[in-house]
Design a protein around this ligand. Structure first.
Ligand code: PGA
Length: 250
């Protein structure tokens, strides 16, 4: 049996200016001297990456980005490359979040190209997939996940440079979560599909659950088979809440 070191990642989305840096500072302080059984990552807005890293100097908490362009540089006004994220201190980047897929019409092919860019720059790609409520109601969840995995995971992914995050779109920011049985079914399906998408690497690749994870449900959700951590939105903005989730692995 493969042992997988879990990851708890916080996605701040478009939240946080300088004042918000007190949270990573607090987080690093609380975790000082604590023996973590999981990797901890926060993904603040790109404007705060370097400073978040700096206020957590000496801490084991890593910093990541929320999106990157597929190219390394060029005429792409307003975009940011994986190389730039790495240069700012990021060790990972979220790609294919449903908010990007919806708001920016990102396709799975574009998500795969972004993941490849992250790998080229030497940072981990956290590739998000997940069904909408209509797709779940229509009984299409597993088919949607298969299709997204096939198209969003580029070749060359390894358990070291890739994390998959299962985020049912209808569970994001709503306070709703799938049942434990539904999460177990989705994660087992993703695990099986990864054996084709990531030959030889699937069994040891982290599969995070995301969508309304909070301190009160983290322990239960993190104990589901094939759940190797969490991608946390709202509850990652406050250090005390985020710690409440990390506690599932202490
Ligand atoms: P949430 O967001 O925890 O606020 O539901 C999760 C996410 O979008 O990654």
């Amino acid at each position: 049996m493969t042992t997988i070191r879990p990851m708890v990642a916080g996605n701040w989305k478009m939240n946080g200016t300088t004042a918000a840096l007190r949270e990573p500072r607090l987080l690093a302080g609380i975790l000082r001297g604590v023996k973590l059984k999981c990797d901890v990552l926060i993904c603040p807005p790109a404007t705060l990456i370097r400073r978040a890293k700096s206020v957590m100097r000496g801490s084991k908490v890593k910093v990541g980005g929320q999106d990157c362009h597929a190219a390394i540089s060029g005429a792409h006004t307003g975009d940011i490359s994986a190389d730039m994220l790495k240069d700012a201190g990021a060790t990972a980047v979220i790609v294919g979040h449903s908010e990007r897929r919806t708001n920016h019409k990102e396709t799975s092919a574009q998500v795969a190209a972004k993941a490849q860019a992250a790998h080229k720059s030497g940072i981990t790609a956290i590739i998000c997939i997940g069904e909408t409520l209509d797709e779940r109601k229509a009984g299409k969840t597993l088919a949607v996940l298969s299709e997204q995995i096939k198209a969003s995971i580029p070749s060359g992914c390894t358990a070291a440079n890739t994390v998959v995050a299962y985020e049912p779109v209808w569970a994001i920011g709503t306070g709703l979560t799938p049942t434990v049985a539904e999460i177990a079914e989705a994660h087992a399906h993703i695990r099986a599909e990864l054996s084709t998408a990531m030959p030889g690497e699937g069994p040891s690749t982290r599969i995070l659950y995301g969508g309304s994870v909070k301190p009160s449900n983290a322990a239960e959700l993190m104990s589901v088979a094939n759940v190797n951590g969490a991608l946390v939105g709202g509850a990652s903005l406050k250090a005390v809440d985020f710690i409440g989730i990390i506690k599932a692995y202490l």
